[in-house]
Structure formats: structure tokens, C-alpha cells
Design a protein around this ligand. Structure first.
Ligand code: UD1
Ligand code: CA
Length: 454
């Protein structure tokens, strides 16, 4: 069988007023990725060779974001929001190329699975002219109902507002996702009118029209969870929760240990090697890779960072974009690392900020070390050589280099380069006055003092 072509058309012209946001609704993120990105990704995974978008006026941002991630695609602007059929017809130029399969998807329904779209395409490949994706709703209120004849074939979709009381008891609902034999479009949609409660051009009317033309209408069922749409922040949170569950499950299946998976938050692209261990309450922003055997301890926050094999991060560590932690390196509590390479086996164990730095293999960075990378105007780099030892409470004023195997005495403010194997010390000499404290006590006698003997 020759490969069937597929156009996925994503409707995203909704205003999303209930989100109360300055951003277009489909740009809201789920697991660190805009909803539109999730939908396009699934469309691609289901084998679409072309994707197109319908957006509302003033939301060019959506087109830009989609193209950045998925390459060139046709984007159509729906000036007036006259209904889902009207939205699809806005993309007429894309439809006229007549792909074998045309899938209509919603930009605000990001949990749909590639397998479900593949099932729709298979049904089209088996000769269906129109395929509805249906689901059984726990509460069908608001959805279009699938009206079946006595043999169980779907003959129409009735929108809630146009449905009779009896029809409203139907729990089999329209998800909104539909598949069409491409050659039928746009002619079929042009016959759709707006004689209904909302005075909108309903894509769902295509079903009764297709039946009247003796075309074959089929339906595929999926879980309600897959077709949860986002219209409000509460629904966004619900969709996020489902997405997190899936991502945790995927991580566990890939060989990650999580003591309390329900407290670990992942991004759509978080990548784990085998035997990674994650303690409770860890947040992964986008762009994180943790390699085999890495341990991420409790309460760490990690984004756009790489954690090497067998490395340990946390508890209470923060890895910001561009942090690359080498194999078996250790990053401990209250340590923040940004745009820095930490070499294999290096240790940055306590209360430290490392930014814009390169730390060599097996270097040891003492507690309270700060790379002073910003002078108020520009960022500068710090280079710490392999095996160097930075004493506690050191300030490294960048740009500065500490050579291989060098020592920096604790409490130093290092402003000049330190050569390999040298000792750098920058502090005033210690003064010790024997008996001084005792004499003070004598002088001020039993008077109030913070140093009273008890
Ligand atoms: C639609 C379906 C309904 C289904 C429900 C599932 C129709 C007539 N009804 O209803 O059967 O149960 O989805 O959630 O199709 N959009 C545009 N331009 C428009 C109108 C809508 O781009 O002019 C987009 C929206 O951004 C949204 C999607 O189409 O992503 C659905 O539109 P919406 O108005 O939410 O449809 P519902 O009334 O929920
Ligand atoms: Ca909706």
C-alpha cells in the first residue's frame, strides 16, 4: 500500500477569555511546553506530512512559536470567529491540495495521543469518509452528543444547545477531533449553514450532511482524559496533572527510581538514563538530561541543565540554564550553578554560587564560594583548573583564572589570576592579643555584658 498523505489542521482561533491572560490561550504551557507545541508534536508523530494552523487576529505569536519548533507551515487567520466549520474553511488553500487524510485538531486539547490519531487514520484508510473521535463523558454537559441510529451508527452530532432533553442524556460525546477523506473537503463544508442556537457554522454538521450523501461515517473512541480541553486556569491545572502523571510513568518505565513520584515535576523533554534516582520534591524545567546513575536529592530545582553519570545534586540545589555537571561530580545543598561546566569528580558541596565558570576535574570548591561574575554591566568568566582547591568563603572576581592544582586560602577575594600549583591568600594577617578578653571582663566588671559568665 502506498503511504497515505496527511494534513493536520489545528484550530487555535479561540479567544480564551476565561483564562484572563495577556497571552493567547494555546501558548499556555503544560509540562514546560506551549499547548500548541504538544498538539503539533502529536500530529507529527501520527505521520502528518503537512500541518496548518488557524489562528485569530492579533495572535501572530502563535504562528511564530509553531514555526520555530516545527518549521514552515501554513497559517490562516480567521478574522471573525464564526464557528468550527468556518475555521476549517479559512484554511481552504491548504485543503485544496487534498491530502488523503485531513485531521482537524484543537490547539487547546494537548493530551491527545499519537496512537489515537493513528486509529483515525487507519479507519480512513479502511474506507471511511469521515471519522469522529468520541469519548464517554463523566459529565456530558456542554459537549456535542453523538446521535446513533438503532444499529449503533452515528448519524449526527447534536450540540448541547440544540439538543432535546432526551438527547442530553447521551454520554457519548464529540471530542472535536475529526478525520476526513481529504477529497471531500472543502465542498462538504461549504454546504454547512448556521441555522442553530449559536448562529455558528458547526463542523459537527458535516456528519448529518455526509450521511445524507450516503458517505461512510465512522467513529473511534478514546479515553476522556485524552480530550480534556483547556478553557480556564482550573482546566489548565487539571491537564497539567494528567500530563505529569504520564511523564512520571514514562520515567519509571525507563528505569528511574522515585521515592515519591507524585511530588516530582517533569517537563515534556526531561531525559533520564537508567538508574537515576530522584528524591521527593524535585522540579525539572525544560531541557534537562540526567545520565545513568545520577542522584537528584530532595527539593532541587533544575532547568536546561545536564547531570553527568553518577553525579549527585542536592538536596536543595538549583541548577540554572547551561549548568553541566560532570560524571560523579557532587553539587550539594544551597548551591546555585548557572552556565558553568563542573568537571568530572569535582565537588561544590555547600552554599555556593557558580556562574559563568569552568571548573576542572576533581576541583574542590569550599563552602560559601561565590563567583562574582557580574560587574553591573557585563558577565565575566571564572576558570578553575583541575584539582584546584578553593577555600571556604572565597570571592572569585571574574574574569579570573585559578590554575590547576592551586590553592586559595579561605576568605580570600581573588581578583588576579593564580598560577598552577600556587597558593593565593588575600586576607589581613591575624592578630592575637593574649589575655585581652580576660582584661576586658575585669575592666567592665559585673556590668551588663553579652559575655556574662553563667
Ligand atoms: C466543540 C464541538 C462539540 C465538542 C466540543 C469538544 C462544534 C460545533 N462543537 O464545541 O461538538 O463536543 O468542541 O470540546 O464544533 N475555534 C476556532 N474558530 C471558531 C470556533 C472555534 O478556531 O470560529 C476553535 C477554538 O479555538 C477551539 C475549538 O475550535 O479550539 C472548539 O471551539 P469551541 O468554541 O470551544 O467549541 P465548543 O462549543 O466547545
Ligand atoms: Ca471548547
Amino acid at each position: 500500500m502506498t503511504k497515505r498523505t496527511c494534513l493536520s489542521l489545528v484550530l487555535a482561533a479561540g479567544e480564551g477569555t476565561r483564562m484572563k491572560s495577556a497571552r493567547p490561550k494555546v501558548m499556555q504551557e503544560v509540562a514546560g511546553r506551549a499547548m500548541i507545541g504538544h498538539v503539533l508534536d502529536v500530529a507529527r508523530a501520527a505521520g502528518s506530512d503537512r500541518m496548518a494552523l488557524v489562528v485569530g487576529p492579533d495572535i501572530g505569536e502563535v504562528a511564530e512559536a509553531a514555526r520555530r519548533e516545527f518549521g514552515e507551515m501554513s497559517v490562516f487567520t480567521q478574522q471573525d470567529r464564526l464557528g468550527t466549520a468556518h475555521a476549517v474553511l479559512t484554511a481552504r488553500a491548504a485543503l485544496e491540495d487534498a491530502a488523503d487524510d485531513v485531521l482537524v485538531l484543537y490547539g487547546d486539547t494537548p493530551l491527545i495521543r499519537p496512537d489515537t490519531l493513528r486509529r483515525i487514520r487507519e479507519t480512513l484508510a479502511h474506507g471511511a469518509d469521515l471519522v469522529i473521535l468520541g469519548f464517554r463523558a463523566a459529565d456530558p454537559t456542554g459537549y456535542g452528543r453523538l446521535i446513533a441510529d438503532d444499529r449503533g451508527a452515528v448519524v449526527a452530532i447534536r450540540e448541547e444547545r440544540d439538543a432535546s432533553a432526551e438527547e442530553r442524556t447521551i454520554v457519548l460525546c464529540n471530542s472535536g477531533v475529526m478525520g476526513f477523506r481529504g477529497a471531500l473537503l472543502p465542498a462538504l463544508l461549504e454546504e454547512i449553514g448556521n441555522d442553530n442556537a449559536k448562529k455558528e457554522f458547526y463542523l459537527t454538521d458535516a456528519v448529518a450532511l455526509a450521511r445524507a450523501k450516503q458517505l461512510s461515517v465512522a467513529f473511534v473512541e478514546c479515553a476522556e482524559e485524552e480530550v480534556l480541553g483547556v478553557n480556564s486556569r482550573a482546566e489548565l491545572a487539571r491537564v497539567e496533572a494528567v500530563c505529569q502523571q504520564r511523564l512520571r510513568h514514562r520515567a519509571l518505565e525507563a528505569g528511574v527510581t522515585m521515592t515519591a513520584p507524585e511530588t516530582v515535576f517533569l517537563s515534556y523533554d526531561t531525559e533520564f538514563g537508567p538508574d537515576v534516582k530522584i528524591e521527593p520534591n524535585v522540579v525539572f524545567g525544560p531541557g534537562v538530561t540526567a545520565r545513568a546513575g545520577a542522584t537528584i536529592r530532595a527539593f532541587s530545582h533544575i532547568e536546561a541543565a545536564e547531570i553527568g553519570e553518577g553525579a549527585t545534586v542536592g538536596p536543595f540545589a538549583r541548577l540554572r540554564p547551561g549548568a553541566r555537571i560532570g560524571a560523579r561530580a557532587r553539587v550539594g545543598n544551597f548551591v546555585e550553578i548557572k552556565a558553568s561546566d563542573i568537571g568530572p569528580g569535582a565537588k561544590v558541596n555547600h552554599l555556593t554560587y557558580v556562574g559563568d565558570a569552568t571548573v576542572g576535574a576533581h576541583a574542590n570548591i569550599g563552602a560559601g564560594t561565590i563567583t562574582c561574575n557580574y560587574d553591573g554591566y557585563n558577565k565575566h568568566r571564572t576558570v578553575i583548573g583541575a584539582g584546584a582547591f578553593i577555600g571556604s568563603n572565597t570571592a572569585l572576581v571574574a574574569p579570573v583564572t585559578v590554575g590547576k592544582g592551586a590553592y586559595v586560602g579561605s576568605g580570600s577575594v581573588i581578583t588576579k589570576d593564580v598560577e598552577d600549583d600556587a597558593l593565593a591568600l588575600e586576607r589581613t594577617e591575624q592578630i592575637v592579643r593574649p589575655g585581652w578578653a580576660a582584661r576586658l571582663r575585669e575592666k567592665v566588671g559585673g556590668k551588663k555584658s553579652g559575655n556574662k559568665k553563667t
